[in-house]
Design a protein around this ligand. Sequence first.
Ligand SMILES: Cc1cc2nc3c(=O)[nH]c(=O)nc-3n(C[C@H](O)[C@H](O)[C@H](O)COP(=O)(O)O)c2cc1C
Length: 147
Amino acid sequence: MRTAIIFESYHHHNTEKIVKAIAAAFPVTLINIREQTDYNVKDFDCIGYASGIAYNKYYEGVVKAAEKTMEEGKKVFFIHTCGKNDRDFAAKLKDLAQQRGCPVLGTFGCNAWDSYGPFKLIGGINKTHPDEKDIQGSLDFYRKLNL
Ligand SMILES: Cc1cc2nc3c(=O)[nH]c(=O)nc-3n(C[C@H](O)[C@H](O)[C@H](O)COP(=O)(O)O)c2cc1C
């Protein structure tokens, strides 16, 4: 299975830490859409979409990338970091995957450093995250995908 992870991560590079740890442990190609705009995923059988969360959604760039790259038969999975991991932030992308005929393999999410809005006044919440345990959780998640 040839796998790519398309990601966007700018607030504290929390999501980037997670996907880089995965790419260091498994054969996966990372596509940072803030740096690479001319990417092509036709050679990949499986695509992960990874993002921070803004206003309860995956970043707009990642949503657009999903709209562009989800093609029938490609397997997909989702990874996010957020201030409060209390809901299924990937729900809309899962719906899109279903409409496009893309099997959804799973979702990983964890709390991470968030200093947006009022949290800035206190230096942010979850300041030490993602930590080693979060990274380990993401590696366990990825391993279980059996790619
Ligand atoms: C503009 C903005 C809006 C955010 N909105 C939410 C939100 O609705 N829910 C949440 O749990 N976290 C929210 N966060 C926190 C980020 O999702 C969190 O810090 C994430 O780990 C950032 O990922 P990144 O460092 O990879 O960009 C927001 C952060 C920013 C900058």
